[in-house]
Design a protein around this ligand. Structure first.
Ligand code: EPZ
Length: 421
């Protein structure tokens, strides 16, 4: 397995371009299963999860052609099976997103249950409960979800928890259901809205986009001639590089992003002492060489502070001025990066869902191990400010969600290199 070696101490500066959002690309590529006509999805990030999704759809008989500009043309006219096998689903839980589209358009799906993962048990009970309420017959046998439906029926769903992919699966299912579906307590993440906008471009009738009540009038079929849909820039990638600059006292500008999708993160960076300037599609952060002030955050569904930015802010607090508390309310086990940072000299006390961070003067470089996507990115950030070399192992986690991370950080002046195992 490749490793990343970071030599700390460099102040980041310069400009970089943000890639398309992983958590938009995955549901939208699954949503392409709903289309009778070939479609093109653009601004696709160069990530391992995208490769996995293309393999998953390809194995169903879907034709996918990707070009050098990372546009993917998807043609489902040759689909010949409706299976998502365990060997792929266990590497990418978001594979569950093919369930709704397959059921809605083909009336059949055979999808491996995604296992748990490092950050939590991650059940899909709300996905299955919603589809059952829409008339699907669902059995779970041998680790697989076997789902059948003549035609899904629109209904009134109240989500018992706010779930991003749960909302996305049920939203996609509802587009071809008979009659109207209302999804109350829907997730409002920008990636959910991006999926809804994409589906409407294919002829779906979705209203309430961006709110917690989505209304969908089912239609008989979806598709649009010459549809080319560019996905949303990645707000978590944006936040990750802004935190990297804040930790190193640097001054960077990120472009091809959407400042209005990460207000809560920008507010916390200002609280940490950063000067922030924004335009329609760019953000400039300047720390003027100062160390960040420690900031307390509490994760919650959008538009509150995103759980996917928690590990990065924990990293920033390790060397910030003062004491702060990081509270994780979404996942039950999303502090695995803490013990690795403690090995680098961080002063963090874990108490249930809280990490109490006391800023230290310096971290010491060390060999550390990644456990999940955002935790691994936070260890790279810690390496940027540590004395000496930090070697981050198991970086396949990073390659799932960050497009060319070492090139982008090197572009900003970081001393970082990838070494093959
Ligand atoms: C999405 O995961 C994202 N993944 C995650 O990003 C993100 O951390 C998460 O939303 C929260 O924002 C994608 O969009 C592909 P949830 P998802 O369903 O949909 C519980 C990353 O780093 N729940 O919103 O799987 C669940 O256990 C990844 O890019 C149920 O109980 O998360 C959790 O506690 C990590 N039953 C809470 O809801 C269900 O049926 C929120 O999970 C579904 C969820």
């Amino acid at each position: 397995m490749d490793k990343l070696i970071i030599t700390g101490g460099k102040q980041l500066s310069g400009e970089l371009r943000i890639s398309g959002a992983k958590n938009s690309a995955l549901p939208i590529l699954a949503g392409a299963l709903l289309s009778e006509t070939p479609i093109i999805v653009g601004n696709i990030p160069h990530l391992h999860d995208i490769t996995t999704t293309m393999e998953l759809l390809g194995r169903m008989g879907v034709q996918l052609v990707i070009d050098e500009k990372m546009n993917i043309e998807i043609d489902t006219s040759t689909i010949n099976n409706f299976e998502a096998p365990y060997e792929l689903v266990r590497t990418m839980r978001a594979s569950i997103l093919v369930l709704g589209p397959l059921l809605a358009r083909f009336g059949s799906a055979h999808v491996s249950l995604p296992g748990g993962c490092a950050i939590g048990t991650r059940p899909v009970d709300i996905h299955l409960d919603g589809l059952t309420k829409m008339g699907a017959e669902i059995k779970v046998e041998g680790g697989y979800i076997l789902a059948q439906a003549k035609r899904l029926k629109g209904t009134h769903l109240v989500m018992e928890k706010i779930t991003v992919t749960g909302t996305e699966n049920l939203l996609m299912a509802a587009t071809l259901a008979e009659g109207k579906t209302v999804i109350e307590n829907a997730a409002k993440e920008p990636e959910v809205s991006d999926l809804a906008n994409f589906l409407n471009k294919m002829g779906a009738k979705i209203s309430g986009i961006g709110t917690d009540i989505l209304e969908i009038e089912g239609v008989d079929q979806l598709g649009a001639k010459d549809l080319h849909y560019d996905i949303l820039p990645d707000r978590i990638e944006t936040g990750t590089y802004l935190v990297a600059a804040a930790m190193t006292g640097g001054n960077i500008r990120v472009k091809n992003t959407r400042p209005n999708t990460l207000d809560a993160v920008l507010e916390k960076l200002k609280e940490a002492g950063a000067e922030i300037f924004t335009g329609d599609d760019w953000i400039k952060l300047d720390m003027k060489g100062k160390k960040p002030q420690a900031v307390s955050v509490r994760t919650a569904p959008y538009p509150a502070f995103p759980t996917d930015m928690q590990a990065q802010f924990t990293a920033m607090n390790t060397i910030a001025e003062g004491v702060a508390v990081i509270t994780e309310t979404v996942f039950e086990n999303r502090f695995m990066h803490v013990q690795e940072m403690q090995r680098m000299g961080a002063d963090i006390q874990l108490e249930s869902h809280n990490a109490i961070c006391k800023g230290v003067d310096k971290l010491a470089g060390a060999p550390v191990m990644a456990t999940d996507l955002r935790a691994s990115a936070s260890l790279v950030l810690a390496g940027l400010v540590a004395e000496g070399d930090t070697m981050v192992d198991r970086i396949y986690h990073i390659d799932r969600g960050y497009d060319h991370i070492e090139e982008k950080l090197a572009q900003l002046g970081a001393k970082i290199r990838r070494v093959p195992n």
